[in-house]
Ligand binder design. Structure first.
Ligand SMILES: Nc1ncnc2c1ncn2[C@@H]1O[C@H](COP(=O)(O)OP(=O)(O)OP(=O)(O)O)[C@@H](O)[C@H]1O
Ligand SMILES: [Mg+2]
Length: 305
């Protein structure tokens, strides 16, 4: 039931998922992708976690696609073309791709029509593979078009702050931070907020290590031209009202108000244990509600398009 995509306020957006290890990034990617499909969006998921392997199963994909890293010629550390964005901020060449011309081994389609890409995994690079910065560059720069239109792209980042420090936020329209009930998650949420505020205020990135002035100029340009304008926080794995209240209070002290809460649910941990799609209707309904509220906010502020 595809409705006219021009009426969908999130069309074309690139949205990144962040949070500490195990907070629930991939869970929320799967739920949000499904909620977006149900609303009629063409949806792409870019698995940009260089280490974890399980996302394809949770999306109901039987065979993971080949990593885009191979499409782009491999990592610089193994003699390939893809560099780390910290050493080389230059955009990845020819990273905007029409799905119709991409070889089908580089993507997979889930039964409900979610298109999955994998940026790259360092586990398949052998021992001493270098660093996973090149994976962050693919995540930063890869853009896909389907029949000439940009879908919604959800990017599942690696845990923690590293990809953010490498500039992953600069090519996103919005980011979501998943906050589980830990002090580490609360602190990461505050750091992400500060980082987005700094990017919006045109604070320049670290470039003292770059000797070539052209590279310094590129790094600065990428940060100054960054279009990220939304940062949302979702609580996950919350066990009871007391825990939720505590989390909300601590986040409020840091100027953060979550847009939704997903409870700790056996059906979610069971899905991850078995490697099957999540059958948690409460969680899906909450994500649908969050999406509805955000879409309305988008339409009333006239943002995006
Ligand atoms: N709401 C929930 N209820 C129950 N279990 C959950 C919930 N959310 C996540 N989990 C459990 O926590 C684990 C981590 O979740 P998930 O893989 O989504 O986190 P992640 O942030 O993507 O982790 P990683 O940093 O390892 O990529 C899952 O294996 C699942 O068992
Ligand atoms: Mg994950």
């Amino acid at each position: 039931m595809q409705i006219g995509t021009s009426k969908l306020p999130w069309m074309g957006k690139r949205i990144g998922m962040f949070g500490k290890g195990g907070a629930g990034k991939s869970t929320l990617i799967a739920l949000l992708a499904r909620a977006l499909r149900e609303r009629g969006y063409p949806v792409c998921v870019l698995d940009a976690d260089s280490t974890n392997l399980g996302l394809f199963r949770i999306l109901g994909v039987s065979q993971p696609p080949k990593p885009l890293m191979e499409y782009f010629g491999g990592m610089v550390f193994s003699g390939g073309a893809v560099t780390c964005p910290v050493d080389d901020p230059m955009p990845l060449a020819a990273a905007e791709i029409d799905l119709e011309v991409l070889q089908p081994e580089y993507y997979a389609r889930s039964p409900n029509g979610i298109i999955l890409f994998i940026a790259g995994k360092i586990g398949d690079q052998g021992p001493g593979a270098g660093c996973d910065g090149p994976v962050a560059k693919v995540a930063r720069d890869f853009r896909v078009y389907i029949h000439g239109e940009a879908p919604v792209t959800l990017v599942d980042f690696k845990a923690g702050f590293e990809d953010t420090a490498r500039g992953a936020l600069t090519s996103l329209d919005a980011a979501i931070v998943v906050v589980d009930p830990t002090i580490a998650s609360i602190e990461l949420a505050a750091s992400m907020k500060q980082m987005v505020e700094q990017i919006k205020a045109d604070v320049l990135p670290a470039t003292a290590h770059l000797e070539n002035p052209d590279l310094v100029a590129w790094a600065n340009k990428i940060f100054v031209e960054a279009s990220i304008d939304q940062l949302w926080f979702v609580l996950n794995r919350v066990q009871n009202a007391e825990e939720e209240e505590y989390l909300r209070q601590r986040l409020k002290e840091k100027g953060i108000e979550p847009i939704g809460v997903i409870r700790q649910m056996p059906s979610i941990s069971y899905a991850w244990l078995k490697g099957t799609p999540i059958e948690a209707n409460d969680a899906l309904m909450e994500v649908q509600n969050i999406l509805g509220r955000l879409e309305n906010a988008e339409q009333s502020t006239g943002g995006g398009g």
